[in-house]
Design a protein around this ligand. Structure first.
Ligand code: ATP
Length: 311
């Protein structure tokens, strides 16, 4: 009996893991359960990473036909760069990520990653290449070790701990009642929004993906915690070997991006570096001034003065 039940139990575990990961993805993207599953075309090749360039080409998309989100949206994210996507609330920033991850399909146009149309390659190999730090990190009802290991299921305990150190969450974990064995998630120990996001960073550090997507929390974190988190991400995850895309609500987090894409009304309204966008005196400039309260009056005036001087 023992010998027979072993492999069955094992299969049960694997099945639960799989189910769990599907659940996680739904939570991750705030999706309802009944999305039609996307199937790979027969004989689709795996995704081949060649630097991490991303291109949206004339993409049309709507959740509901009567309300278009994107109309002929086109932009390019160069490989190995740090790119930010900004724009008014509801303009579709998080939707860009959902389309790239192929949770939804454009009704027209194409999305290319390293020149490969994402509808023509094996979806799981594409997703494997993309690491996401979501707005609100889903935690499973399991211990912390398991929750971080989710980034790479075959990681050793040592690898998990190294990732936690790099994500600046190791010390916090060690202070918990049962350390890495502390149960979190539903019915588990409550942890703060900042700690949750650092666990998400640890997951991504462990996954070490060539493409990184960071969806900034709208309200979960106070700005000091957010700044520390950004510093940590910049130090540990952003480098020339991977493409990083930041969906930003606070413009201060994108000032140093190589390229900033400003979305409005389903299209790219303007794009460039922080300085060139300020000089344009368009939407980005308006948003920058409007955020003066949160970014500090001083910095905003300095920004404005820099433009005056540049003229
Ligand atoms: P914010 O800055 O407020 O986070 P955003 O720019 O990231 O917003 P999205 O979350 O991409 O915007 O949403 C774009 C629009 O699509 C919004 O008007 C939103 O209400 C709508 N929307 C988002 N998800 C869905 C969905 N699953 N079904 C229907 N409409 C949706």
């Amino acid at each position: 009996v023992f010998q027979l039940s072993m492999p069955l139990n094992f299969l049960g575990t694997v099945y639960r893991e799989l189910r769990q990961s599907l659940l996680d993805m739904e939570v991750l993207f705030n999706l309802r359960r009944n999305n039609p599953p996307i199937r790979d075309p027969v004989g689709a090749p795996p995704f081949e990473f060649k630097g991490g360039s991303i291109r949206f080409e004339d993409v049309d998309f709507a959740y509901h036909p009567q309300r278009p989100i994107f109309q002929s949206l086109s932009f390019t994210v160069p490989p190995g760069k740090k790119v930010a996507i900004v724009g008014p609330s509801g303009c579709g920033k998080s939707t860009v990520l959902r389309l790239l991850y192929r949770f939804y399909e454009p009704s027209a146009g194409r999305i290319l990653v390293d020149g490969q149309d994402i509808t023509k390659i094996q979806l799981d190999t594409l997703r494997q290449a993309i690491g996401v730090v979501p707005q609100d990190t889903p935690l499973f009802h399991a211990d912390i070790m398991h929750n971080i290991r989710y980034g790479k299921l075959n990681a050793t305990d040592e690898e998990v701990k190294t990732a936690a150190v790099r994500a600046n969450v190791h010390d916090t974990i060690q202070r918990l009642p049962d350390g890495y064995k502390t149960k979190v998630g539903e019915r588990g120990l409550m942890i703060s929004g900042g700690e949750k996001q650092r666990l998400a960073v640890a997951r991504v550090v462990l996954k070490d993906p060539p493409i990184l997507f960071f969806d900034e929390a709208t309200s979960a974190l106070d700005s000091r915690t957010e700044m520390e988190l950004m510093k940590n991400i910049n130090a540990n995850l952003v480098d020339n070997s991977r493409t990083s895309i930041f969906i930003a609500h606070r413009l201060r987090t994108v000032v140093d991006a190589d390229h900033i894409i400003v979305l409005r009304n389903g299209r790219v309204e303007e794009e460039g570096t922080h300085e060139t966008l300020l000089r344009l005196r368009g939407l980005y400039y308006e948003m920058w001034l409007a955020q003066a309260d949160t970014i500090g009056q001083e910095e905003a005036t300095n920004g404005a003065r820099a433009i005056e001087e540049a003229k």
